[in-house]
Every structure is written in C-alpha cells, then in structure tokens.
Write a protein that binds this ligand. Sequence first.
Ligand SMILES: [Zn+2]
Length: 415
Amino acid sequence: MQEKACSWYIWVRQAVREVNQSGGNSLSAVVSLVNSMIDQAILWRVSDLHLEPMRDGMRVRYRRDGLLQEDVRKLPKEIEAAVISRLKVMAGMDIVQRQRPQDGHIRYERDGKKWLDIRVASMPVTNGEMMVLRFMNLEDEMLKVAELGFSKRNQQKFETLIHRPAGMLVICGPMNSGKTTSLYAAMNALNVSEAKLITLEDPVERDLAGVNQVQINPKVGLDYVTGLRAVLRQDAEKVLLGEIRDSQTAEMAVRIALTGHLLMTTLHTEDAPSVIFRLLEMGIKPYLLAATLSGIVAQRLVRCVCPACRCSHVVEEGSCEAALLGDSYEPGMVLWHGRGCIHCGGTGYYGRMALHEVLVMDDCLRQAVLQQCERQEFSHIAVEHGMESLWQDGILKVKAGFTTLAEVRRVLYGS
Ligand SMILES: [Zn+2]
C-alpha cells in the first residue's frame, strides 16, 4: 500500500500520547484511529483486514482482490492492546479474555445510512492477540446470472441447469472463489412467487428477499442433515445447501434431488470432474449419482486488468506468453495489461471476475459414472462432450482483454 494513502496513521501519534497519559481511561484517539482504519479498508475495497502482533509492533495487512498486501508501517506496541480492546468492544467480544480465540460481529455505519457487516475473529499468538476483520457486504448489489462473468456458451449451460425442475447442481472451487455469489445469483433468478425457495446456510451471508433462509446452528441440533430432513416437509421446490461437508449431508442432498427438488450446493474440489469422485468417495452409490446429478460448475476468481491504466502489447513469437497460449497463439496477437496507477494501488489490476468450467451431465457421462470410469477417462469424455476447462476459459478472457495470462496462471497453477 502507498504510504501517502494511510490516512488512519494521523491518529497513531495522538493515540500513543493518549494511552501513555491516561493509562487507558479516555481513548477518543484510539476510537478515531480504529474507525479511520475501517473507513480506509472500505475505501480500498478490502475483503479482510489483518492485525498481527509482532515483536516490534502490530503488522497491518489487507486482502484486496484476493491478495494480501502489507501496510508500510506497523502500529506501535504501546497502543496494540487499546486497539484490540476497542475492536472487541465494537464486536461485542469479551475484552478480558485474551487466552482463547473469540468471534464477534460489528454492524458498522457507513456514510451515515448504510450498514456494513464486519465479522471479527481473535486468536492468541506468542506476541499478543491476532485479529482478522472480514468485510461482508461490501458490494451492495446482488449479481445477476448475466453478471457472473460466464462466457456466452457457459451462461446458456448454467441457465439451463438452474431452470431444471429437479436434480443436483454442484458449484466447486477453493475458499473465496465466488461460489456463494454464483449460488445467490441462481437463487435470485429462480425467485418468483410461484416457487418456494429454501436455503440452509452456515452462515447466512446475505439477505435474499422472498427466500426462506435458514441459519445452521449445531448448538441447538440444527445441522445440515436435520435441516435437509425438515426441508422435505416444507413443500419447497428449490433448495440451496451451503456446503456438502460429510457423507451424511451428501446422502440427504441426493435424497432431496431424487424426490423432485432442485438442489444447489457447493463442494471444495479443484475441478468439475473431481466432484463426481468426491461424492463417490463419500459413499454415494453410482446409480444414485447418475440419476440425480445434473451439472457441475468449477470456478476461480482472477483479477481484472485495471481500466484506468490498461495498455496493450503485441505477443512476440517465441515468448513465454506465446508458449503459454499454445494453439491459441496467432502472430501479431495483441493482449492487455495494467501499468499500475493510483486507482489500482500500483498493481495493474482492479476488481475480479470468475473463470468457469461447466459440466452438463448427459447420457454418455451418466454411463461413465455407472461404469465407474477412471478419473482421467471421465475428464476426457467431459471435454469431448463440450466442457471447456478453467484454463481454456481463462485464455478466452485473456484474449478478450479482461485479465492477463500471468494472472490466470497464478490462480490456476500458483506461479
Ligand atoms: Zn491502474
């Protein structure tokens, strides 16, 4: 982060003076410091703010567009405890308890009218207490299916899948790959007065008007399995299940899909074909899977080229980019990248979009599940039957100038 952008830092010196003089009794500068840190994070479109105690002060890091960036300056050791205590008070946490991890929640007033949900989690570490603030509903608008970044072909497939009357649709990908956003967009598209929609979520991430949202609460015995069993008696058509975590939930989900409901859920797998094998490993019988699974969407988020500093370059023959493009390379081809500017904090990227891999089950793929084909063979059949891989979708978006090859490679292969 740029040093000049750290407006919250003007409060630090005052807060240090205050803490040293008052011994922690009157801390208005600490309050202003914390508020201004939160405001700055919102302004920077930060998804998570990390406060990490080090020996020489508190390290401040931000996650923006999926990447962690460190602030150039640390918070002085003297005010560390005061800042953590202030955040604990705001989040309704126990300020005396410093030995155990705690969770809290801040409803932060923004611009005098809008409310922002911030989830706070603390954890004791050797140098003090570590804290992470997660900003929940930063993007106010609910995305529509057309805004999810699908290619035209994949969007058609996705829309067909969500408008089917029954069956199971699984969205997969690692943490923070936008799975919930896609599910919510699908739910929104299905949200008409003729259909009863129920969601089972842990936690409920966003309010969906017209949808019956159930917060999973294992403390009172309401887990995913109990919730799904109750859904069967609620005369619902479409069910959103937050996540399949174990075999019991998987079995119930299949049962729901088998009894004439559309069930949409998520799984943590790398790609679309892996979902089939994960569900089989969880004990789902191949014939039940073949009968219920209608489609799988794998997704990842890549950073977009910053619109304020984007510029083009010609891909040289024999260059690294040309090699990565493979068959997609054409001589004289032009791609886009960001030079870095104030708007994007010098990174050349601004905002994110999704890459997708959409697998629609057809008779041939069902047969492959029934015959319990090898994983590789299954992927091969899926591609033959029209599935474009995440990499292929990435190339398409690079060619369209939305993102860069380096970014797609980083997200899909880590380098
Ligand atoms: Zn820029």
